[in-house]
Design a protein around this ligand. Sequence first.
Ligand SMILES: O=C(O)CCC(=O)C(=O)O
Ligand SMILES: [Fe+2]
Length: 267
Amino acid sequence: MKAESAAPALGLRIRQLDLAKDGGRAVDELRALLLEHQLLVIAKQQLTSQQLMDFGRGWGELMTHPSSVARKNPYVQKLANQGDVKGKGFGAWHSDMTWHPTPPWITMLHAQTIPISGGDTGYANQHLAYESLDRASLDKRRMFRRHLATQDELEGLHAFHVGKGFGEHVPDSVHPVVRTHDETGRKALYVNPEFTSHIVDVTERESERLLWPLWLHAVTEEFTYRHRWSTGDLVIWDNRSVMHTAILDYDEPRSMSRIVIQGNVPV
Ligand SMILES: O=C(O)CCC(=O)C(=O)O
Ligand SMILES: [Fe+2]
């Protein structure tokens, strides 16, 4: 296999690897690369749902998503739009399923049908967001006209993540605002505008004061990679260190298969 950087902020593009054939054997090497680069793009794959699940199981236990539990195969989520999204909505930045007590540590997305233009996915490295906070807080206070928290101010804070939007039976969870990566020990911001409702044990005003500037900072262009999909791409990302957003700007069909792998309790 050959590899090259996808963007300075995160991401590694892998070539000359056939996952249907060599996926099982490549997992150890890919895992090490993922820890270093937070996101992997493996192009030109043709995986059936079964092959995607088999490959995924080499990384850990597959999880279901509330949107897929009633399906015949609850482990492979089909994201399919008939080209009807343009102008109708806005993607929101998030890390996957943060409302879950043990959110997936990785997500794999495999592209089947992609629009001729549009339908990219944005990714943002939350280690860089956290590590630059103290440096950024002076400058950005001026730019955002808001206070941007320092690392010290976030120490020990926890936030509430809402899962109930997917149904009454879906759990909500409280997780640390700054997450320590359970394999590398590196810290990352772990709050997102899609699922995080508030910081707990502070006033609503204080929670708003902290969260909005954090979210703005978290997706600073310098921390991001924008993936332009091709049919056959498999993208794997580490939800402990990356936020992502679907860009809903297309009016042609787009379909993807997705699996998520069980993670640990965020600390
Ligand atoms: O469709 C996309 O671009 C991303 C969707 C998403 O948020 C996910 O697969 O977790
Ligand atoms: Fe997602």
